[in-house]
Design a protein around this ligand. Structure first.
Ligand code: FES
Length: 356
């Protein structure tokens, strides 16, 4: 820590410098001399491309070659995406698709950078410059000069003169976003999602089965306070079981019948206090899997939406905008819990159907 001399204000080991005509208050204006002498710029030495026209031409071809390689990479990414498609359920095809599309995109972008650096280092005008610091806004004259710098830069880089480089660069840059266009296009759903979400595997008489064993559940097994993760009994026969499960997953709980506040038209949707609700959060579709039996609240762990089972899964907290859809249930002749019908409203997030 610096020690200050009470009389002079000089810090130990420093030299006090007073500006002419200016009083220096003790202990404040201590100006240390420059620690180093400015070594200046090293002497200028020409590059090989400045001295040898053959080398210059060679460098030009390298730069153009890099930009041409980028075009090849762009085409390769698109071709790879089409020729090596992702087959649903085939992880190997996903891996190969990602590998070849990724290689193509890398080949499309990296050579543009390499070519641009090679161009700047070997072909653009090579001079040493020093620039003094100044205010951010220059005089009008300076600003006019700055505008001219762009023109000068164009001349010095040879952007217009070196047509081969310019055209291949334009081609490479213009084509490089194409893989993104192809990839993003496929993000759009192949079919209208509204009808897809309006129907699930649940139907009249379909048994409620335990997830993941698929064992049908008898009403007598569902004790007060218990909760079951449920799938439709016919899930294994579905053409796309994972997609179907994502829509049809249900939570089953038993409450005292007197704790349920049942609205008109839903009187027979529960069986002796046993209720079934969609497990797919109506916010953005996370599985609502946390049940608190004392409060009868369901909690979605993603953004903390809470649903009150005693109030037909009404939202009591969080960003969800509508209750969880209820699955009407009853029992069959053997005492197994079965659906009365499919859900009467779409499951999952309601962003695509604002009227809900
Ligand atoms: S997905 Fe459930 S609260 Fe956001």
């Amino acid at each position: 820590m610096a020690q200050h001399d009470g009389d002079t204000g000089a810090a130990a080991g420093s030299e006090l410098v007073k500006s002419p005509g200016r009083e220096v208050s003790p202990g404040t204006a201590v100006i240390a001399p420059d620690a180093f002498e400015n070594p200046g710029l090293p002497p200028h030495s020409d590059r090989v491309t400045d001295l040898d026209p053959k080398k210059e031409k060679e460098a030009e071809r390298v730069v153009a070659g890099m930009f041409a390689l980028s075009i090849v990479g762009t085409v390769m990414a698109i071709v790879a995406y089409i020729v090596v498609p992702i087959e649903p359920g085939d992880l190997n095809s996903t891996r190969l698709n990602n590998l070849f599309v990724g290689l193509g995109i890398a080949l499309a972008l990296i050579p543009i950078g390499i070519g641009a650096i090679h161009w700047a280092k070997n072909l653009m005008t090579y001079v040493e410059m020093t620039e003094a610091r100044h205010g951010t806004r220059g005089t009008e004259e300076t600003r006019a000069i700055a505008a001219n710098v762009f023109t000068l830069g164009n001349q010095e880089s040879g952007f217009n003169r070196r047509k081969l480089i310019r055209n291949t660069l334009i081609g490479a840059l213009a084509l490089s976003p194409l893989p993104a266009v192809v990839l993003f296009r496929d993000l759009a759903p192949a079919a209208d999602p509204v009808p897809l979400l309006k129907t699930t595997l649940w139907d009249k008489g379909i048994r409620l089965a335990k997830d993941p064993s698929g064992t049908p559940i008898k009403a007598s097994e569902v004790t007060l306070g218990s909760v079951f993760h449920v799938i439709p009994d016919n899930l294994a026969d579905a053409e796309h079981p994972l997609e179907e499960k994502a829509k049809a997953a249900v939570l089953l709980m038993r409450l005292k019948p007197e704790d349920l506040n049942v609205s008109a038209g839903r009187e027979d949707w529960n069986y002796d206090g046993i209720v079934a609700y969609s497990k797919i959060c109506t916010h953005v579709g996370c599985p609502v899997a946390l049940y608190e039996q004392h409060t009868h609240h369901l909690l979605c762990p993603c953004h903390q939406s809470q649903f009150d089972i005693t109030q037909e899964a009404a939202v009591i907290f969080g960003p969800a905008k509508r209750p969880l859809p209820q699955l009407p249930i009853t029992v069959d002749a053997e005492g197994y819990l079965v659906a009365r019908s499919d859900f009467t409203e779409p499951v999952g997030p309601s962003f695509w159907e604002r009227s809900l």
